[in-house]
Design a protein around this ligand. Structure first.
Ligand code: UGA
Length: 443
């Protein structure tokens, strides 16, 4: 099938490449000329493991193309995917400016019947709105149908996810359009769930909000574990053995970040508010996550009365490993605060430094290795669990730091191994057994 994908961010590019890999003829559109030039050469503008190789393969096979011209891209296609951004408005609602622009362009250009597929995460009702906009603007003899097909890819493992997802959700109110999109997706070999448009739109928000809730839940349990002397990793493992709970998304840490959970939880809260429903559980999840991102600072302030003049090494800036994305990362909540308190910050990340430089205070000093970030510091904060960081030999903290105070927000090291080293180590929801035993008085 001939397919156009509008928008080559994380979602659009991986979708376009994935569709070409299963045999479709795909043209991806982006307004940024430099980006398009780079992609034509098989170079992804985002860091996503495995993506470049797949781009090169499908460009060479003649199935994957890139352009800045909507008119050129829409000429021969049967299906147009919308994968443009829906950034957050100040009030937490999703900003639909880009979606509106694309709908207008499609209406102006197309000359044959078409199915428009919305990949972008959009509030319930948006696909109907897009269909109305299209119908108002296309010639009356053309048939335009809209299908919701939310994406469930994770950054950093998007290439794996697109071929191994748990389900593909297709929301269609028109049977024929739903059937066409089913045919497009069948070669992925992933179970397909067909439903109505509004339910498909809600599945996306509800899934992300549920996963965010699961993370906040285990993080609250972690905080209690610290106080009662339990180990959150043991607790999560024991909970996860119950298939009703499931063992994923129970990793305690300094909260969730990224371009999806923070934005989508706030947008869902707003969707509820708009129909006069107070989603109080989700409000608590959001509020708690904001607090949890600060957890390491709270602990450091318990150990040191002030952080003024202290040199702090930060390991990891990305919101999670295997990505250069720093949107809503814990590093953005923590580092500006450390600077405000008068600390000197030395930061390292394997790939996210360039992105971090654009938004973090200019006082931050960036270094080229984990070792440099650790050397000569009073405290080290671990914010992202990159493999490179998890495999650091623990003796370097004692050897290289001024005083070895390590605050691990991602539980990178086994407590058993930590105990063999002369370091003051704090992690989330776990307690070193050589610390004085807690006495919990029963009341
Ligand atoms: C998330 C969803 O997992 C995808 O299914 C969805 O498609 C995507 O949002 C989206 O809406 O586009 P992503 O944000 O890329 O994907 O990353 P995740 O792997 O879900 O991690 C999100 C955050 O949760 C990270 O900060 C991570 O450190 C944190 N997390 C995750 C935990 O703190 N604990 C866990 O157990 C899992």
């Amino acid at each position: 099938m001939n397919i156009a994908v509008v928008g080559t961010g994380y979602v659009g590019l991986v979708t376009g490449v994935g569709l070409s890999e299963i045999g479709h003829n795909v043209i991806c559109i982006d307004t940024d000329e430099n980006k398009v030039q780079k992609m034509k050469e098989g170079k992804s503008p985002i860091y996503e493991p495995g993506l470049d190789e797949l781009m090169v393969k499908n460009i060479e096979a003649g199935r994957l193309h890139f352009t800045t011209q909507h008119a050129e891209a829409f000429k021969e296609v049967d299906v147009i995917y919308i994968a443009v951004g829906t950034p957050e408005n100040e009030d937490g609602t999703a900003n639909l400016t880009y979606i509106n622009q694309v709908a207008q362009q499609i209406a102006q250009i197309i000359k044959k019947d078409i199915v428009v597929v919305t990949k972008s995460t959009v509030p319930v009702g948006t696909n109907h709105y897009i269909k109305k906009k299209l119908k108002e603007n296309v010639s009356s003899h053309l048939n335009v149908e809209v299908v919701s097909n939310p994406e469930f890819l994770r950054e950093g493992s998007a290439v794996y996810d697109i071929f191994h997802g748990d389900r593909i959700v297709i929301g269609a109110d028109n049977k024929k359009a739903g059937e066409i999109i089913r045919k497009v997706n069948e070669p992925f070999g992933i179970p397909i769930f067909e439903t109505d448009i509004r339910s498909a739109e809600m599945i996306k928000y509800a899934s992300n909000a549920f996963l965010a809730t699961k993370i906040s839940f285990i993080n609250e349990i972690a905080n209690i574990c610290e106080k009662v002397g339990a180990d959150v990793e043991e607790v999560a493992f024991g909970m996860g053995m119950d298939s009703r709970v499931g063992n994923q998304f129970l990793k305690a840490g300094i909260g969730y970040g990224g371009s999806c959970f923070p934005k989508d939880t706030k947008a869902l809260k707003k969707i509820a508010e708009n129909v006069e429903y107070d989603f109080s559980l989700l409000s608590a999840v959001i509020e708690f996550n904001n607090k949890q991102q600060r957890k390491l600072i709270d602990q450091a302030l318990k150990d040191f009365s002030s952080l003024e003049g202290k040199t702090i090494g930060v390991l990891g800036l990305a919101f999670k490993p295997n990505t250069d994305d720093i949107r809503e990362a814990a590093s953005l909540a923590i580092i500006p605060e450390l600077i405000k308190m008068g600390a000197n910050v030395k930061a390292y990340d394997p790939v996210a430094i360039e992105n971090a430089k654009k938004v973090l205070p200019e006082e931050v000093q960036y270094v080229g290795s984990a070792l440099e970030a650790i050397e000569g510091t009073d405290l080290v904060f671990i914010l992202t669990e990159w493999d490179e960081i998890k495999s650091l030999p623990l003796e370097i903290f004692a050897e290289k730091m001024k005083s070895a105070f390590v605050y691990d927000g991602r539980n990178c090291f086994s407590l058993k191994v930590v105990q063999e080293h002369e370091i003051n180590y704090y992690s989330i929801g776990r307690r070193l057994s050589n610390k004085q035993d807690l006495i919990i008085e029963s009341k």
